[in-house]
Design a protein around this ligand. Structure first.
Ligand SMILES: [Zn+2]
Length: 252
């Protein structure tokens, strides 16, 4: 039988045995939030679980267990559109800390968190710091920024941060059946000042609500998305994540 990789599919003996052989577990985190008129609400969740599972499957056995995905995140800035469910940062932080404490108690002293949603990052960092301070647990945080080199090369629309060329390409490559291409909107964004555009370097940021910047809920240009770009982005991302997991696993 093929080695199980999902924490939830193992029985307690199998999990315990894995903890004796491996000190690393992986937690994917997503969001449930509007992704423009064309992409599924669970895009970030599906994508996070997809990349983690593909990367772990490429590792040699014994492989680290994948915890069940957290399907909600901090998405307050998307509440201006239907379909979004958001969690207060404090609650979200507590949830991650509690999961980390339990994972540690089960014998895994390292936790890799992969978030499919950028809005979760600051809270995950807080949780990671708390786990380190209170338990000594090492938490490693990764996200779709790991595809930045390929994004730079393949994605040419400006300020492409949400449901745009990048994310739409990923959905086209992973589950095209859920995307109605007739629903893909034209590019429409307005920033309060040019200096505040996301692509500005060095970045000058502000706390924004999506509906204040766009009437479509999209930040970027999904009309430029293609399945081929998505396939290239996935392949590069999966390979890079696999290498990063190997790095964490060989640390003391
Ligand atoms: Zn997203």
């Amino acid at each position: 039988m093929e080695e199980k990789i999902r924490w939830g599919e193992m029985n307690r003996w199998e999990l315990n045995k894995r903890a004796e052989m491996i000190d690393t577990a992986i937690l994917p985190i997503g969001s449930l939030e509007q992704h423009g008129p064309h992409l599924p609400l669970d895009t970030d969740s599906y994508d996070a679980e997809y990349i983690v599972e593909k990367a772990v499957k490429r590792l040699e056995t014994p492989r680290p267990p994948i915890l069940p995905l957290i399907p909600y995140g901090v998405s307050e800035h998307h509440m201006g559109f239907p379909g979004t469910v958001t969690i207060e940062p404090n609650t979200f932080e507590d949830l991650i800390v509690n999961i980390g404490q339990s994972v540690l108690q089960n014998g895994f002293k390292k936790l890799i968190i992969f978030t499919g949603h950028g809005g979760n990052e600051s809270t995950i960092e807080m949780a990671a710091r708390k786990l380190k301070k209170e338990t000594g647990m090492d938490v490693f945080i990764d996200s779709f920024k790991l595809m930045d080199p390929e994004k730079e090369e393949l994605v040419d629309s400006e300020n492409d941060v949400h449901a745009g060329e990048f994310e739409t390409s990923l959905v086209l490559a992973a589950r095209e059946n859920l995307l109605d291409e007739r629903m893909i909107p034209e590019k429409e964004m307005e920033f309060p000042d040019q200096e505040l555009e996301f692509d500005n370097d060095p970045e000058f940021s502000f706390a924004w609500n999506t509906h204040e910047l766009t009437g479509t809920g999209v930040l970027g240009d999904p009309e430029r998305a293609t399945k081929e770009k998505g396939e290239k982005l996935w392949e590069a991302g999966i390979e890079r994540l696999k290498k990063r997991i190997e790095v964490v696993m060989r640390l003391d």
